[in-house]
Design a protein around this ligand. Structure first.
Ligand code: FAD
Length: 515
């Protein structure tokens, strides 16, 4: 096997025969003597006028070498026998699911409690929400089988080795049904249409090996007589309040809040691919962007950045409680909607509220903003039970003026014109205005009348950190409590939450199997 790097034009990269020729040239063999090749990593470099495709390829030089990148398949034990050690898991998002699978690998039975429904029933509640027929507080974009990851964009980005073996998470997604690209794409993406079946296969594996899953079961009291992995995500504010009442120590942490912006995808393609015709010819995917800037204003220096960019995607209603509007984004595997959206958020710190602010006060600050969005959206629209979001054209927001109408938008429940520039807390509003102006300077065309912003994007990360011992992974005050995933403040996104679930389950297995 020989690893080589190729830089190709999008036309060349779309042609397997041309790749084979280029690989053969690199390994100094005639094409017919090459046993095959597979892509280890693929990315697009669109910084230059002519976008390039960068490929890392393993060339197979002998018959024994396999074409599919080899990885160790997981070996799940039978954990159904009486007397098998048991661990409770609260929450069945990526952290809870991957923790459960890891426990089974170690011969430990997971018993999962999930407040929401199984994925096929959850789909119906989400469809109702999008038809504006009301929110089901226990079954929505955040709660239910697979957690917030199920109907998400399914971007599996982080390859950082700092938090552990991200590649292993990709391999497990592949094992449960994701296509080969998750093994090599630099910006792998599963899509909200494919995630549910992957999640279902994970659940079936857990059940087949003797694990237990209890849907429609919201944990409302903590029993820590048995080890418990707490993988509740960052949206279960009622559960944080339960922890607080139960005396579990938590800390407020920095988070980022703002709005979701949406442009026509063709405009983003034009900006990011410098007008290249290759996109229209289908040789380049829907373009994405990653924007970041630092602004200075009366609140000091603030980072303003794009978050969870969804090319060819939809803006979705992601609230879990009534009288609150929260927006987020997702896309299907083909990324073929005519819209491009992303969260544009501002860094915030608990000290912005007050020095020494508590975790629960910090949550309340987040909730106030979400309620404000409801007051200016659904409530003002005269449909208080709906998910109608307040919205403003992007150029009107930056200039501080009314939007008399709104452009077409992917957000199905609907929007109503609103002066977000006037009601967003100034630390967010001022910073966003400066941030958007800067993005407009750097990317001419971005700051346009054809773009719209919707409020509010408030759940980009957890507002809370639940402390834990970095070695044992247990809460320092509660040796049977194992905080995990995004809601515990140790992850952000599907892959890192999954990985955190694996790490916590490994630490817990070591303890249980050695005691
Ligand atoms: C619309 C949307 C799009 C997203 N797109 C992406 C993306 O493209 N890429 C990416 O990496 N990330 C994305 N994210 C974020 C990602 O989904 C989360 O980071 C990830 O799911 C966090 O995993 P987790 O397991 O820690 O928590 P969660 O996935 O939030 O799961 C927590 C689970 O715990 C359950 N729960 C909570 N409280 C209780 C209780 N008291 N009792 C029982 N069960 C409880 C919840 O119902 C939920 O199922 C997106 C999120 C949303 C909402």
């Amino acid at each position: 096997m020989k690893r080589i790097l190729l830089t190709l034009s999008p036309e060349q990269a779309a042609d397997k025969q041309l790749i084979t020729k280029a690989v053969a040239r690199e390994v100094h063999l005639p094409s017919q003597s090459l046993y095959g090749w597979h892509i280890v990593k693929r990315s697009i470099d669109a910084r230059q006028r002519q976008p390039k495709v960068l490929l890392t390829i393993d060339a197979c030089l002998s018959q024994e070498e396999t074409l599919i990148p080899p990885y160790d398949k997981p070996v799940y034990q039978d954990v159904s026998a009486p007397g098998t050690p048991e661990v409770n898991i609260i929450g069945m998002g990526p952290a809870g699911l991957f923790a459960a699978l890891t426990l089974i690998e170690h011969g430990i039975r997971p018993v999962i409690y999930e407040r929401g429904k199984e994925v096929s029933l959850r789909k119906m509640d989400i469809a109702r929400l999008n038809r504006n027929e009301g929110l089901s507080p226990e079954s929505n974009y955040c709660f239910g089988e697979g957690g917030a990851g199920t109907f998400s964009d399914g971007k599996l980005f982080s390859r950082s080795s700092k938090r552990g073996n991200m590649q292993r998470v990709m391999e497990l997604f592949h094992y449960f049904g994701a296509d080969d690209t998750v093994l090599y794409e630099a910006h792998a993406h599963i899509g909200s249409d494919r995630l549910p079946s992957i999640i279902r296969r994970m659940r079936e594996t857990i059940l087949q090996h003797g694990g237990q899953v209890h849907f429609d079961t919201c944990v409302t009291a903590l029993d820590l007589s048995r080890p418990t992995i707490l993988a509740i995500g960052h949206s279960a504010h009622d559960t944080y309040r339960l922890l607080d009442k139960s005396g579990i120590r938590m800390e407020p942490k920095g988070l980022a809040m703002g709005v979701r912006v949406e442009h026509p995808q063709t405009l983003i393609d034009q900006i990011m691919y410098h007008g290249s015709p290759l996109r229209a010819q289908g040789l380049l995917p829907a373009a994405s962007y990653s924007l970041v800037t630092q602004v200075h204003n009366r609140f000091g220096q603030r980072g303003v950045y794009s978050f969870c960019m969804c090319p060819g995607g939809h803006i979705v209603p992601a609230a879990t409680e009534a009288q609150s509007i929260i927006v987020n984004g997702m896309s299907a595997s083909h990324r073929n909607s005519p819209y491009a959206n992303s969260g544009i958020v501002v860094e915030l710190h608990p000290e912005d509220l007050r020095e020494g602010c508590s975790a629960i006060e910090w949550l309340a600050f987040q909730e106030q903003l979400e309620h404000l969005a409801w007051l200016h959206g659904a409530d003002v629209a005269g449909a208080p039970l709906s998910a109608i979001a307040p919205a403003q054209r992007l150029d009107d927001f930056v200039a501080g003026r009314d939007s008399h109408d709104l452009p077409k938008c992917s957000y199905l429940p609907g929007c109503i014109p609103s002066r977000l520039d006037q009601w967003l807390p100034p630390v967010i509003g001022d910073s966003l205005r400066q941030g958007f102006a800067d993005f407009g300077r750097k990317y001419p065309g971005f700051l346009t009348h054809d773009a719209v912003i919707l409020g509010v994007e408030s759940r980009s990360s957890s507002a809370i950190r639940i402390p834990r011992n970095p070695e044992t992974m247990a809460h320092p005050d509660s040796p049977n409590l194992y905080p995990a995933g995004e809601g515990a403040g140790y992850a952000g996104g599907i892959t890192s939450s999954a990985l955190d679930g694996i790490r916590v389950a490994q630490a817990l297995s070591t303890r249980l199997l050695n005691s």
